[in-house]
Design a protein around this ligand. Structure first.
Ligand SMILES: [Zn+2]
Length: 287
């Protein structure tokens, strides 16, 4: 299976180079798949899927109001279930009220039923991302989580924005969630990407796919040591592709093997830039 993915990846590599740089590029995928292949047989380092820590607070489960359910159904997302994850589902109690946080952001997740993703593993991945964002004193204050049947039954998306239409744009347009960034967890992209973001510079301002993030099942096979969610979110918050940081490792390093969880905070750095993103609020000067 892995080698088949790589074969596909190689076949599409030239196409990928023609795509916007912010996509989780296929060289990224190759590199990460190589890591997977290398690690096979040794200690498994793939994304761990832990289930149900009973000590965690119960999610704020809601079936959704009738009008909310109707809205999603009419939009083409059947059988939607709604939850809100407050910060205490993402941080240890001692951290939630950390006075060190200066900014916060709300995020949204849409999980497609019928994939190998599940709610608890996504929450664990969001906890990892939350840890990475602490470097910037940026808190995830709330996550709106929706599980629904796939729009049009499309468990797979195109992995590319096309002028004459692509699934990502159509799904984004139909999504009742208008706030961004939004993560969509689904089965695959046809270009075998793991996860990829569509920051503003990739599309026209009016494109509904702007600031969306797409996570395929292949992402589950990457090392959990580097948060792919944080990497993709960085693409969106920084409106940036990969950057050549030379010898320094970085969350958006142009060389996949030098990507890690490090967000640069030097003068004019990535943390400062992230805080300028529209949906990021200052905690101290809330409106
Ligand atoms: Zn990337």
């Amino acid at each position: 299976m892995k080698f088949r993915f790589i074969a596909f990846t190689l076949a599409f590599i030239s196409i990928s180079r023609a795509l916007a740089g912010a996509y989780e590029s296929l060289p990224d995928t190759i590199s990460r798949l190589n890591e997977i292949v290398k690690s096979a047989g040794s200690e498994p380092k793939w994304a761990c899927v832990t289930t149900g820590n009973k000590s965690q607070p119960s999610p704020a489960v809601g079936r959704g109001t009738k009008s909310e359910n109707r809205l999603w159904q009419n939009a083409g997302f059947e059988n939607a279930k709604f939850e809100t994850w407050p910060a205490d589902m993402l941080y240890e109690p001692s951290i939630i009220n950390d006075p060190g946080f200066t900014h916060e952001i709300d995020l949204s997740v849409v999980l497609y039923r019928g994939t190998s993703w599940d709610k608890e593993s996504i929450r664990q991945r969001f906890k990892s991302m939350a840890k990475v964002l602490r470097q910037c004193k940026l808190k995830i204050s709330k996550v709106k989580f929706i599980e629904a049947d796939a729009y049009n039954g499309w468990l797979d998306v195109d992995g590319v924005i096309r002028k004459n239409g692509d699934r990502e744009s159509q799904i984004s347009e139909a999504l009742p969630i208008k706030s961004r960034p939004v993560f969509v967890y689904l089965r695959s992209s046809r270009l075998t990407a793991t996860g990829y973001a569509i920051p503003q510079y990739v599309v026209e301002e009016s494109n509904p796919a702007k600031d969306t993030i797409w996570m395929t099942e292949l992402s589950q096979q990457l090392s959990p040591n580097t948060s792919l969610e944080a990497h993709e979110l960085a693409h969106v918050l920084l409106n940036s592709g990969h950057v050549d940081h030379g010898r320094n490792r970085n969350i958006l390093h142009i060389k996949p093997n030098r990507q890690n969880n490090k967000i640069g905070n030097e003068r004019g750095g990535q943390c400062d830039q992230m805080k300028k993103y529209g949906a990021v609020r200052s905690i101290n000067t809330k409106d």
